[in-house]
Write a protein that binds this ligand. Structure first.
Ligand code: AMP
Length: 248
């Protein structure tokens, strides 16, 4: 079984994003970029399934600028077998990403597509669900545990207050939640080896997908600055303050 793993290049999760002065978006100039954390979990899960003998090949895909090749090389260094970059400098919305992924899946015929549950850049949480709908395949979103069982896959899903277990017929779409696994670090020898692994470069046009945006961002704003606190002498003074604020 082949596994397709879409990985997105986003601002590193340790970086505090800065909003552009004109409020049109987030400033990406000279900012450290990395693989979307949920996608690292997806790559790790694919590798574990391959190590268990449930998968034979892992193909990483990224849709984004030429620099997204670095993200794909990270996936290859972790253990993916080959990579596809669909190169564009445009912002690609989840629907267009899902359409491109569908076209790739039609060509590659993976048994599983494992995506992140959301990209921390746009917080859409849409691509996996849209891909499943476009492909007419079952989806197991917010996966906490994944077990391939013959021609189906059992997914424990993180739902409010617990876990829901579902069984999906393969081929299927899975999106990863935070507790699915802890991704490995790529070792130096594997980083070197990854440079030799195949990486093909395509364009959205090669898949016949129109990536023109369907929505327009009107404004991006920083969250309000937190007000300074105040120290009180004792509990009695605290109770007085709370009463005065009408909170008690
Ligand atoms: P989103 O729907 O944007 O929150 O993204 C959910 C998941 O879809 C991500 O975790 C990735 O696995 C995948 N994805 C979204 N955008 C891209 C992209 N440009 N390239 C590759 N994968 C993507």
């Amino acid at each position: 079984m082949k596994i397709l793993v879409p990985v997105k290049r986003v601002i590193d999760y340790n970086v505090k994003p800065r909003v552009k002065a004109d409020g049109t978006g987030v400033d990406l100039a000279n900012v450290k970029m990395s693989m979307n954390p949920f996608d690292e979990i997806a790559v790790e899960e694919a590798i574990r399934l391959k190590e268990k003998g449930a998968a034979t090949e892992i193909v990483a895909v990224s849709i984004g600028p030429a620099k997204a090749q670095e993200t794909l090389r990270t996936a290859l260094a972790m253990g993916a077998d080959r990579a596809i970059l669909v190169e564009t400098d445009e912002e690609v919305e989840p629907l267009a990403v899902a359409k491109i992924l569908k076209a790739i899946a039609d060509e590659e015929q993976p048994g599983l597509v494992i995506l992140g549950k959301q990209s921390i850049s746009d917080d859409s949480n849409q691509t996996g669900q849209m891909l499943a709908a476009l492909m007419g395949r079952p989806q197991g979103t917010f996966a906490n545990t994944v077990e391939v069982d013959g021609d189906s896959v059992v997914v424990k899903r993180e739902v409010d207050g617990g876990l829901q277990t579902v069984k999906l017929a393969l081929p299927a779409i899975i999106t990863t939640d935070l507790r699915l696994n802890e991704p490995r670090y790529a070792s130096l020898p594997n980083i070197m080896k990854a440079k030799q692994k195949p990486l093909s470069v395509k364009t959205p046009g090669d898949y016949g997908v129109d990536i023109a945006p369907r929505l327009k961002t009107l404004k991006v704003a920083e969250p309000p600055v937190r007000q300074a606190g105040e120290k009180v002498a004792d509990v009695a003074a605290l109770v007085e303050k709370v009463k005065a604020l009408g909170l008690a």
